[in-house]
Every structure is written in structure tokens, then in C-alpha cells.
Design a protein around this ligand. Structure first.
Ligand SMILES: Cc1ncc(COP(=O)(O)O)c(CN[C@@H](CS)C(=O)O)c1O
Length: 412
């Protein structure tokens, strides 16, 4: 029995009643790419643009004050959502997780990294952090090293992590939950290892924040990034948590209005946190809707969402593992796995399988999921990924299994 009343929850997501193709019911299993948006979040946009649209931080007229308060308090809400006691001063709104990683790489990395410094990543990193740190290393003369991933069960080789993280390590950047394997990495343990050597740690929380309680202070990460569109919120807004002392010391890398205090022809000084890192007119409605998404998830309960997702994922794993010729990647049935299953079907290319599944109304993802090096390491050209969220049901898995079986009849 799910802790969520899924039938009632699904009423909040009108899109889930859609039909696709020849009138086939939509089965949305692509939640690791982006999640669907509840009415409460959608309505925020209409309320804002009809009721209190104005630019923030500047105007003294009432509309601007209303918009400013809502936008600023949204920062407090997202800080609270991830356990940041510094409230808005430790919560920078970016466009998404990718921009958050680039902000840290440019604002911190460009100034702090040099010859001899090492950046430790994992082999399962998403391109948003892997390419960012790889290119920042090339620009600064630093060196990137990768913690090995065990291809058998997608686990991180922590003995190898101990070997790599050492006195020359300046930054450890780790995906909290892999968007391909479903592996949940021991971020807190890696943070301790980084801090033993006075290195910083960046946590990529894109696939963790939406579906489990995250407490950045318990994790003791120095930075932690996540995206609104992956947690029932809008695209265009993400959160970058940073420890206040680090954000105070760091120099901004995007300049302009909002982020300044005093400007002369000779030099400028910066605004308070977090505005120091939010140059120009921000995504105001998106930021306000981001906080509504956080409220929506907290009302359901992140522990309940996690338990529901575990139930659907376990059933998916069990049913897929019974299909001959289908190989599942990542943690084994008895190991912790986030709400996604990536796999391949013998004799059927991932793109062909996803096309057949689309004909059955099933929306999944096929390709490299922005982790080309991981796929190369696993010696697979691509994979098919089904990813679940709070509104999916065990009954929806029937269409996934039927689609795979029909692909076997056609291709295999
Ligand atoms: C672990 C991880 N880290 C960073 C990102 C980037 O999120 P953005 O909001 O696009 O910036 C993602 C987004 N992964 C999508 C698009 S590739 C997927 O289908 O898996 C992610 O899963």
C-alpha cells in the first residue's frame, strides 16, 4: 500500500490524463529528465502576471514590494527545503543545476585552481559537472581525476576514492544520485574525506532533492545544486546552496544590476548575499513557483514520496528482470536504488525500443543521458531509462512490459 493517495495526487497533474499516438493513454516514465507540474505551481504564474508583476529589489511602489518580498522569501523557503540554516544568504537561484556548477567553477575555480591542484570527480558524473570541471582544469592547469565505478552494481569504489582524495585535492565534485544507474553515493563520507585535506565538495543534487529529504548541513557539503523542473517545479530556476563563509569570500563572475552596492567609474562593490550572485532581472515568477513546488512536496512528505517511488521502482526492477535478454544497470535488487531503472534489450537498439514504447504511450528516455564517458566505460552505445515519480503507479508498468515484449517480437 503506497503512503501516497496516488489517484488523488494525479488529479493535480492534468497532463497525466493525456492520450498520445492513436489514442493511447500517456504513461510518463521520464521523470529524471523533467517532472510534471501540479496545478498549484502552474497557477502561480497566472497569479503573478495578473496580480503583482513588477521588477524586484528596486521599486518602492507596491507591486515591486509585493514581487520583491515573494521572490526573496522564495529563497528562504528553498534554503529551508534543503536544510540550510543561513536561509536566503545561502541559497542562490540559478537557471538550473548546470548553471550552478558553472557558477562555482567560474567564481571559485577560476580564481582558486592552478598547476598542481586536483579536482576529483566520479566516473558517473553528469556532463553538467564533468565537462565543467574538465574544461576549468584545462583553463587553470589543474588536473581532473575520476573515482572508479564498479560496472557490476554501479557502486562507487570508496577505496579508490581514499587513494585519489589527498593533499593536492582542491575540489571534490560528486553526483549525489546517478541519473543513469540509480546509485545513491555516500556524499557525507566523501565530504569528510575532502575536508580532511582542506578540499571543498560540490554535491550535484539534481536527482536527489526531488524525492528524498536532503539536509546540506548534515551532509556538510560546501556547495549543493538542484533544479526546479526535476522537483515538480518550473524550468528556468534552480538552487545553488553554498556555505555562507565561502559565498562571502568568493568573487562573483556575472556583473550588472542587482548584484552591486556602489558603482563608480573606477570600481564597484557588491550587494549582500545571495543577490551578489544574481546579476540582472531574475526569473521572478519561476523563483516564486519554485517555492510553491517545495511546499507541494513537503505537503505530500518527502519520506512518503521516497517510499512510494521505492515501491514502484522495486516492482519495475522485478518485472524487467524477468524479461529474457534484458540487462539492467546499477544497484542489484536488494541494494538501494533511486527511482529509475536503465537497461538494454538484446538485439534492439535503445532508440528503436524507445520508439516502440512511445507507440504504447510510454515516455522514457534513450541515449547517453548526458553521461557519455560512463556509457563508454560500460561499453554500451546507449541505454533506455524508465524513471518514476510521485504520480506513477505500479499498474502503469503493464504498458512498459507490454511495449518491451512487442519490441522483442518485432526486432529480436
Ligand atoms: C544528475 C544530474 N545532474 C545535472 C543535471 C542537469 O540538470 P539541468 O536542470 O538540465 O541543468 C541532470 C539532468 N539530467 C537530465 C537531462 S540530461 C536526464 O535526463 O538525466 C542530472 O540528472
Amino acid at each position: 500500500q503506497s503512503p501516497l493517495d496516488v489517484e488523488r495526487v494525479r488529479e493535480d497533474f492534468p497532463i497525466l490524463d493525456r492520450e498520445v499516438g492513436d489514442g493511447v493513454p500517456l504513461v510518463y516514465f521520464d521523470n529524471a529528465a523533467t517532472t510534471q507540474t501540479p496545478n498549484e505551481v502552474i497557477d502561480t504564474f497566472g497569479d503573478y502576471y495578473r496580480g503583482y508583476n513588477a521588477n524586484v529589489h528596486r521599486g518602492i511602489h507596491q507591486l515591486s514590494q509585493e514581487a520583491s518580498i515573494a521572490y526573496e522569501e522564495a529563497h528562504d523557503r528553498l534554503a529551508e527545503f534543503v536544510g540550510a540554516s543561513g536561509e536566503r544568504e545561502e541559497m542562490i537561484f540559478t537557471k538550473n543545476t548546470t548553471e550552478a556548477a558553472n557558477l562555482v567553477a567560474y567564481a571559485w575555480g577560476l580564481n582558486e585552481l592552478g598547476e598542481g591542484d586536483e579536482i576529483v570527480l566520479t566516473e558517473m558524473e553528469h556532463h553538467s559537472t564533468l565537462v565543467t570541471w574538465q574544461q576549468m582544469a584545462k583553463r587553470t592547469g589543474a588536473e581532473v581525476k575520476y573515482i572508479r565505478v564498479d560496472p557490476e552494481d554501479g557502486s562507487l569504489d570508496m577505496e579508490h576514492a581514499k587513494e585519489l582524495i589527498g593533499p593536492d585535492t582542491a575540489m571534490v565534485s560528486v553526483v549525489h544520485v546517478s541519473n543513469v544507474l540509480g546509485t545513491v553515493n555516500p556524499l557525507s563520507e566523501l565530504a569528510d574525506m575532502a575536508h580532511e585535506h582542506d578540499a571543498l565538495i560540490f554535491g550535484d543534487g539534481a536527482q536527489a532533492v526531488p524525492n528524498r529529504p536532503v539536509d546540506v548541513e548534515d551532509l556538510d557539503v560546501d556547495f549543493y545544486a538542484f533544479s526546479g523542473h526535476k522537483m515538480a517545479g518550473p524550468t528556468g530556476v534552480g538552487g545553488l546552496y553554498g556555505k555562507k563563509a565561502i559565498l562571502e569570500e568568493m568573487e562573483p563572475f556575472m556583473y550588472g544590476g542587482e548584484m552591486i552596492r556602489r558603482v563608480t567609474y573606477e570600481d564597484s562593490s557588491w550587494n549582500d548575499l545571495p543577490w551578489k550572485y544574481e546579476a540582472g532581472t531574475p526569473l521572478i515568477a519561476e523563483g516564486i513557483a519554485f517555492a510553491v513546488a517545495a511546499d507541494y512536496l513537503d505537503d505530500l512528505g518527502l519520506k512518503n514520496i521516497r517510499a512510494h517511488e521505492e515501491r514502484v521502482t522495486a516492482e519495475a526492477y522485478d518485472r524487467l528482470s524477468r524479461i529474457d535478454g534484458l540487462e539492467i544497470y546499477g544497484p542489484r535488487e536488494d541494494e538501494e536504488r533511486a527511482g529509475l531503472v536503465s537497461f538494454n534489450l538484446d538485439g534492439v537498439h535503445a532508440h528503436d525500443l524507445s520508439s516502440i514504447l512511445n507507440d504504447h504511450g510510454v515516455a522514457i528516455r534513450a541515449g547517453d543521458h548526458c553521461t557519455q564517458p560512463l556509457h563508454q566505460k560500460m561499453d554500451i552505445a546507449a541505454s533506455v531509462r524508465a524513471s518514476f515519480y510521485l504520480y506513477n503507479t505500479v499498474e502503469e508498468l503493464d504498458a512498459l512490459v507490454e511495449g518491451i515484449e512487442s519490441a522483442k517480437d518485432i526486432f529480436a
